[in-house]
Design a protein around this ligand. Structure first.
Ligand SMILES: Cc1ncc(COP(=O)(O)O)c(C=O)c1O
Length: 371
């Protein structure tokens, strides 16, 4: 006779490597420069902070579960139908809900080789198989996605621009991707960094959502709007998909304070424009300084750059140690399949000065050691 079945999670769950956020503290140091999580350099709009503070007087009341005013504000700001918007506790929540809604045991979920690590986690959480599509020169491969999309593929996640590579697919390439994928496959375009992109051939994916029945775009308030701590994201999709997400999400998934801050953040167009201008200028400056120091920096459309070290993984690790010793925290990328690289978030001007100087010093020391 066998005894009662021991308690155990669903198949696949223990195969998940838990997501590790960017580090935020260094032992023994109070003053750190944190460039590890792609949080907006300028922080939130003061108007968003004021709205959050005002919301603190109403903490006992449940929020509007439909986030109606926030969806209206998003729709107004981006020219989208509020009825086809759903809000989430960060876009992470929506990315996970989409896996729950459309994939399950025995299904495949595609994501790009150096794509955001939440995608394989979301797939494994529902018992599906994450399938990595190799990239070409650190860029998502449209034909690779199309070639790997088989009968069992239910979902494809594409970050555009991608974190941590900073590369993006143009609007035309996105369209070609969608056209080549089977109609029964949900294409999730994760445009978390869309507001930072200044390239003219970029398309956040909203138009493709309107043109098709099987594409959804996710967005976040954690990056340009500087509200990562509040956990606020949203998605724009076909009505039938938004209906599905609304059925699965918990009724009060977005707090009232987050909704109020989000509405105020959207209204502060000057702050947003300043954040874009700052990012473009400082990203260019940092890229140039690192390139001059002998580090390879591929073009980035986001609020971060990838620094690839000619000396490979050991040099990237040594560079990270060098930065940490100076109180600067960036992101190691071994988990993203890029052990020779560090990802550096675009911070404030003095922070960029500090990281650029520290890495120039590091590369000079390396050169001296070689020579
Ligand atoms: C590509 C990408 N998507 C989504 C997110 C998560 O954003 P949120 O804070 O809205 O969950 C991030 C955050 O780093 C990201 O880089």
């Amino acid at each position: 006779m066998t005894g009662p079945r021991p308690l155990q999670p669903r198949p696949g769950v223990l195969g998940i490597t838990p997501y590790q956020g960017g580090e935020s503290a260094l032992e023994g140091r109070r003053d750190v420069i944190k460039l590890s999580s792609n949080e907006g350099a300028l922080g939130p709009s003061p108007k968003a902070v004021a709205a959050f503070e005002a919301a603190s007087h109403n903490l006992d009341r449940y929020p509007d579960g439909a986030a109606t005013a926030l969806r209206d504000a998003i729709g107004g700001r981006f020219g989208l139908d509020p009825a086809r918007i759903v809000c989430g506790a960060g876009s992470d929540e929506i990315l996970a809900l989409l896996a729950r809604a459309y994939a399950g045991e025995g299904d495949d979920v595609l994501y790009s080789e150096h794509g955001f690590l939440i995608y394989p986690i979301a797939a494994q959480a529902v018992g599906a198989q994450p399938v990595k599509v190799p990239e070409i020169d650190l860029r998502a491969d449209v034909d690779g996605f199309i070639a790997r999309a088989g009968n069992r593929t239910r979902l494809a996640y594409l970050a555009n621009p991608n974190n941590p590579t900073g590369s993006y697919l143009s609007g035309d390439q996105l369209r070609r991707l969608r056209a080549g994928l089977p109609p029964g496959l949900m294409l999730v375009i994760d445009s978390a960094y869309a507001e930072f992109v200044t390239e003219e051939d970029y398309d956040s994916g909203a138009a493709l959502v309107d043109e098709t029945e099987n594409t959804i775009m996710t967005r976040t308030f954690s990056k340009i709007f500087g509200l990562g701590n509040l956990r606020l994201g949203w998605a724009y999709g076909p009505a039938h998909v938004i209906d599905v997400v609304n059925r699965l999400r918990m009724p009060f998934n977005v707090s009232g304070a987050a909704q109020a801050a989000g509405i105020a953040a959207l209204a502060d167009r000057d702050h947003e424009a300043a954040a874009v201008a700052h990012n473009t200028a400082e990203r260019g400056r940092l890229s140039q300084a690192l390139t001059e120091a002998g580090i390879f920096v591929p073009p980035s459309a986001g609020n971060f750059v990838l620094a690839r070290f000619p000396g490979g993984a050991p040099q990237a690790q040594a560079a990270d140690d060098h930065l940490k010793a100076r109180g600067i925290i960036v992101r190691r990328l071994a988990a993203y399949g890029l052990p020779d690289a560090l990802r550096i978030t675009i911070g404030l001007t003095p922070e960029i000065d500090a990281v650029a100087a520290a890495l120039a010093e590091f590369m000079a020391l390396e050169g001296a050691a070689d020579g």
